[in-house]
Ligand binder design. Structure first.
Ligand SMILES: Nc1ncnc2c1ncn2[C@@H]1O[C@H](COP(=O)(O)OP(=O)(O)OP(=O)(O)O)[C@@H](O)[C@H]1O
Length: 282
């Protein structure tokens, strides 16, 4: 569990980047942090993994303040994927990269080797390949694999899909989604509202170092006031369904007006056609 209790934070000890931020993330949640550039999302992630300590308030991981946890203790609880995988990858082969975290945590040995072998097979990696010769999407997958192979209960992902094409993005998010389905808590920063809508179950929106909304994904992404304050555009289907209701094309409570996904919209439209069809026949 992650708890932020009235957290303020600063990089230089003077200028407050986060102001009085409070929220709680339960075990197994999948939370997306959204908001404009400079809102404080990455700073929030750095506070979760202990790279930054609060200037006031407390960040607690499983009830223990990060200020009381050693870096190694935090690393075993929180896996962190940087925005750019090249800031993370440091070894000469894929295999060494996957083993690196075990060695850093003093867990090298036969069990680690077996977990790395399984990861290489699962991702279809070439264990002898040189990481920096891999394409951007595969490097991102490698960076992600090198974190999840350590099986941390929480993973923090700072813009995991930035710079990836559609296929690479889907591959990375499938891995993350599977991880969450198996019980890992996922906290991610994401600018792509389609990805947020497809995967996150909860959204925390930030503006100017403060939380402006915290709720179920589509409750937040359908709140016109929040969208305006956090300068967000909702996923396309949500935007379409909201517009159809605003323009009076459908009733605000109709399934079409409430559709959040392509599947949902298709079902709602099929129902609408069915209803109209029956009416026409009378
Ligand atoms: N290492 C740092 N030193 C000083 N100021 C920083 C540092 N990192 C970020 N900041 C400042 O903190 C503020 C919040 O930045 P942060 O990266 O947390 O925002 P963000 O919401 O993640 O933005 P983005 O979406 O652009 O990554 C910005 O004004 C930024 O300039």
């Amino acid at each position: 569990m992650i708890e932020f209790c009235q957290v303020s934070a600063s990089y230089d000890g003077e200028l407050a980047i986060l102001r009085d931020v409070s929220f709680m993330v339960s075990d197994g949640d999948f939370v997306a942090f959204v908001g404009t550039n400079g809102a404080g999302k990455s700073t929030t992630m750095r506070l979760i993994n202990g790279l930054l300590k609060p200037t006031s308030g407390e960040v607690l991981i499983d009830g223990v303040p990060t200020s009381q946890l050693k870096t190694s203790e935090l690393a075993s609880k929180v896996g962190f994927l940087f925005q750019n995988p090249d800031r993370q990858i440091c070894c000469k082969t894929v295999r060494e990269e996957l083993l690196f975290g075990f060695a850093a945590q003093g867990r090298a040995g036969a069990e680690a080797e077996a977990k790395v072998d399984a990861m290489i097979e699962r991702f279809g990696f070439d264990g002898d390949a040189e990481p920096f010769l891999l394409n951007r999407g595969t490097r991102q997958l490698l960076a992600l694999a090198s974190i999840i192979v350590l099986e941390p209960p929480i993973v923090v992902l700072d813009e995991p899909t930035t710079g990836l094409d559609f296929r690479e993005c889907a591959k990375v998010m499938e891995v993350v989604s599977d991880l969450n389905a198996r019980g890992t808590t996922v906290v991610m920063v994401c600018h792509d509202m389609e990805v947020v809508g497809d995967y996150a179950t909860r959204v925390i929106a930030m503006t100017a170092g403060q939380v402006v909304a915290d709720g179920a994904t589509f409750d937040v992404l359908r709140d016109a006031d929040v969208l305006s304050r956090a300068h967000l555009l909702p996923p396309q289907i949500v935007e379409l369904s909201m517009r159809l209701a605003q323009e009076g094309a459908v009733s605000p409570t109709s399934p079409v007006a409430c559709a959040n996904t392509l599947d949902g919209m298709e079902r709602a439209l099929a129902g609408e056609v069915g209803v109209r069809g029956k009416g026409d026949a009378k």
